[in-house]
Design a protein around this ligand. Structure first.
Ligand code: ATP
Ligand code: MG
Length: 389
């Protein structure tokens, strides 16, 4: 429990002032399972104002929902006041949040029993919904009736499938049945929230089973673009292996659906960074793997590219990409030994214009393809005499 030492000191500070405080959520679950623990969430009977009185550095990140961020010994901890929730009529946030002082009431609002265990500073567990039994049985059981909990917040269906992917657990019968019957509830959820779950889903070790589940339950019918391609989810289920990012997922979906990355990014409201990475990946997957293609792909995408070629073309390219990359004479255009100013000085009579960019690009490509060494003198020769021929 050494990973929790600092969190336990945070908890101790709140307890000293008389507030009941626990570690909750994914960290407790993952610790009990024996998996690597992610972010540490703390829940307390103190109100956000009271938490702010206990610590010096507090950022009110979601104060209306009871959440503040505390900086403690150079680390950040999210501390949320015990609460119960009203309905989610905007499908983003609950309409009302009631702060409560009883940890069991807070655990009751949580989605799955494995996520509804609190751990005290002593290591003692508060587990009113038998989350440990569910861990033992490797089962995802909703806290309370699945119908009610999914109706309240349909994202929980998607989260369920995400946990299937990450944990390798089974959904319990009841939850699975409600998902099948009420799958279209998911379409009401703000797509940004769904995207966050999809990102975690696509990198889970059991992603194949999870994607098959999205197909079998019909949840795909509530997902943008998938809903227009009835065969896409099952085709994905057949091919997919664990990915490392949403960009890889989008690239694969774009190739299989023959719908441009741009559409996926728009419909799923994804970031510019994801768009660019996915576009790079699609471009290189559709081209031949040569020096120019590898050069143009940012190096952080090499592994993702290899994962996708394996899935999409059933080829192992790990060594090829690595060896092509290793032999590249330059890594980016700033390493080219000539510049726009050189070109201008070599062609003093030409009016400035797009020819400069075109010529630089041609020189860059020639260097990358090893047609000419990256030496100023030789490039000058080539530019002046050899470029057009
Ligand atoms: P991860 O390891 O990916 O962070 P997590 O279980 O911690 O998984 P979070 O989204 O960080 O997931 O949420 C923290 C906790 O808050 C969950 O464990 C769960 O108890 C609760 N929770 C999160 N989202 C919901 C939801 N939509 N409905 C009910 N409870 C939720
Ligand atoms: Mg978490």
């Amino acid at each position: 429990m050494r990973i929790f030492e600092k969190a336990f000191r945070v908890i101790q500070q709140l307890e000293q002032d008389g507030y009941d405080t626990y570690l909750v959520g994914g960290a407790v679950r993952d610790y009990l399972i024996g998996k690597d623990v992610g972010d540490l969430d703390i829940a307390t009977s103190a109100t956000p104002e009271q938490v702010m009185e206990v610590f010096d550095k507090v950022i009110p990140i979601g104060i209306e929902h009871g959440t503040v961020l505390v900086r403690f010994e150079n680390e950040s901890f999210e501390i949320t006041t015990f609460r119960t929730e009203g309905a989610y009529s905007d499908h983003r946030h609950p309409d009302s949040v009631n702060f409560v002082t009883d940890v069991a009431a807070d655990l009751a609002r949580r989605d799955y029993t494995v996520n509804a265990i609190a751990m005290a500073r002593t290591g003692e567990l508060v587990d009113p919904f038998h989350g440990r039994d569910a861990i033992e049985k490797k089962e995802l059981v909703t806290v309370g009736k699945a119908f009610d909990r999914f109706q309240e917040d349909p994202l929980r269906m998607m989260r369920g499938v995400r946990f299937v992917s990450q944990l390798g657990y089974k959904l319990d019968q009841d939850a699975r049945k409600v998902m099948e019957d009420e799958r279209l509830w998911l379409a009401r959820i703000a797509i940004e929230r769904v995207s966050i779950e999809m990102e975690k889903l696509c990198s889970g070790k059991d992603v194949k089973i999870a994607v098959q589940l999205l197909h079998d339950t019909g949840l795909w019918e509530a997902l943008p673009i998938f809903k227009d391609h009835p065969d896409l989810m099952s085709e994905l289920a057949e091919k997919i292996e664990p990915l490392h990012s949403l960009a890889e997922w989008v690239a694969l979906c774009s190739l299989l659906s023959e719908r441009p990355v741009l559409e996926w990014v728009k419909e799923w409201k994804l970031s510019n960074a994801i768009k660019q990475d996915a576009q790079h990946l699609v471009r290189i997957l559709q081209s031949d793997l040569d020096a120019w293609a590898v050069y143009q792909m940012p190096v952080h995408l090499d592994d993702g590219y290899c994962r996708l070629v394996k899935i999409y073309k059933d080829k192992d390219m790990q060594d090829s990409v690595a060896s092509i990359r290793k032999l590249l004479p330059i890594r980016n255009s700033s390493e080219l030994s000539i510049s726009g100013n050189d070109l201008i000085s070599w062609f003093p009579d030409r009016k400035k214009g797009s020819w400069i960019r075109d010529l630089l690009l041609a020189a860059e490509k020639a260097v990358v393809e090893n047609k000419i060494p990256n030496k100023k003198e030789q490039l000058k020769e080539w530019v002046i005499h050899g470029y057009d021929t």
